[in-house]
Design a protein around this ligand. Structure first.
Ligand code: CP3
Length: 344
């Protein structure tokens, strides 16, 4: 089949509702899969896996083989951009990412303006391998973190419960913080364009920490940089399909959609359905929004939750997904139960 075969996932992003919503899961390649844990163990560290094209391609394809999802997402991480900017980035087992904190204006003055994209060549190689191996009907998603979310890890040097260090720096040193954001905008545009070039059919911008910002800061640090990324990508690839995921944006989602020009938004499980239908899904496609915890619980609660997502959003343009990443303790049988329920 030619690579140009129709992809239901891309059709939804292009404005055509599908009677059975295309589906995939955030973090679908991961520790809940024994075949992932096996590859992960022989790869060495987490970044070694991200930068090994054959192994990264293999774990990207694992959930597609097992579950037949409509989209694969390239196996990588949002923190490869700070890494390519020359920052120290490590993943400690059981602790998450560790970076050298960029928490004062003097340190920001030393930040490289441009990433070394040679360091990310393995990601582009992995994209080519995956695109070559995928059925043409399955879409391949490239991604980056939104500048705000990437900056929260760069400033704190690690994950924190409420990203207080980055919020504080944005209040105390807005110019230095804006420098970090600007560097991330420029390099994210180049990174996303290179992913399209390497075979990605759509892009997702992960703004996991959008929801910790007050509205004015959300507009400045989350919406505006995302708008600039979308504009920068579309300046070169006018019909680029882009999904935004401003987690926790709630009532600010319509403004986000309006300003950024994304083709779809990924919504978390707390989003209010009628509001989303009227103010968001009337304009763009919606992706989501099953609670990852109900996927762990399974049983009748899972069936009810899947039915609710479909009742809430399947009359419009929907990509079925979770409201955030699948958790490592999720039973595979529950994923299968969810897929059967969605596809009938
Ligand atoms: O399957 C996919 O969705 C593709 C791969 C992917 C990963 N990270 C792999 C990963 C994607 C899209 C991401 C994005 C990412 N990374 C985000 C935004 C989305 C989200 O989930 O909120 C963020 C905030 C990060 C930063 C990050 N990476 C953290 C905080 C952690 C540690 C927490 C954890 O789950 O372990 C990671 C590590 C990470 N990224 C893992 C995976 C599969 C686990 C590493 C391992 O296998 O040991």
């Amino acid at each position: 089949m030619p690579q140009s075969a129709r992809k239901p996932f891309i059709d939804v992003l292009s404005g055509q509702r599908q009677s059975i919503p295309p589906m995939w899961m955030m973090r679908q390649a991961g520790r809940y899969l024994p075949e992932y844990r096996e590859v992960r163990a022989k790869a060495g560290g987490f970044l070694d896996l991200c930068f090994n094209p054959e192994l990264a391609a293999e774990v990207t394809l694992q959930p597609i083989r097992r579950f037949g999802f409509d989209a694969a997402i390239i196996f990588s991480d949002i923190l490869v951009i700070p890494y390519a900017l020359g920052r120290s980035v490590r993943f400690e087992v059981g602790e998450g990412p560790r970076l050298d904190p960029l928490d004062d204006p003097a340190k920001v003055a030393t930040l490289a303006p441009r990433a070394d994209f040679g360091k990310l060549q393995p990601v582009f190689d992995a994209l080519r391998l995956v695109r070559g191996a995928l059925d043409p009907k399955v879409a391949l998603i490239g991604f980056c973190g939104a500048p705000w979310t990437v900056a929260t890890y760069m400033v704190a040097g690690q994950g924190t419960p409420d990203q207080a260090p980055a919020r504080m720096m944005a209040y105390r040193h807005p110019e230095a913080f804006a420098t970090i954001i600007d560097v991330l905008v420029e390099n994210s545009v180049q990174y996303l364009l290179a992913q399209l070039e390497a075979g990605a059919n759509a892009l997702q911008i992960f703004d996991t920490w959008a929801g910790v910002l007050p509205p004015a800061e959300f507009a400045r640090w989350s919406v505006e940089p995302t708008r600039r990324i979308v504009e920068g990508v579309r300046a070169k690839v006018p019909d680029a399909k882009i999904i935004g995921f401003p987690r926790g944006a709630g009532a600010l989602l319509p403004a986000y959609v309006e300003a950024t020009g994304v083709n779809a938004v990924s919504i978390d499980w707390a989003a209010e359905p009628a509001f989303i239908r009227e103010r968001v899904q009337s304009k763009v496609a919606v992706q989501g929004n099953l609670d990852p915890l109900v996927l762990i619980a399974g049983g009748a609660a899972l069936d009810r939750a899947v039915d609710n997502v479909l009742a809430n959003f399947a009359q419009g343009r929907l990509i079925f997904n979770l409201g955030h990443g699948i958790q490592p303790e999720t039973p595979i049988a529950h994923v299968e139960q969810m897929i059967k329920r969605v596809r009938g």
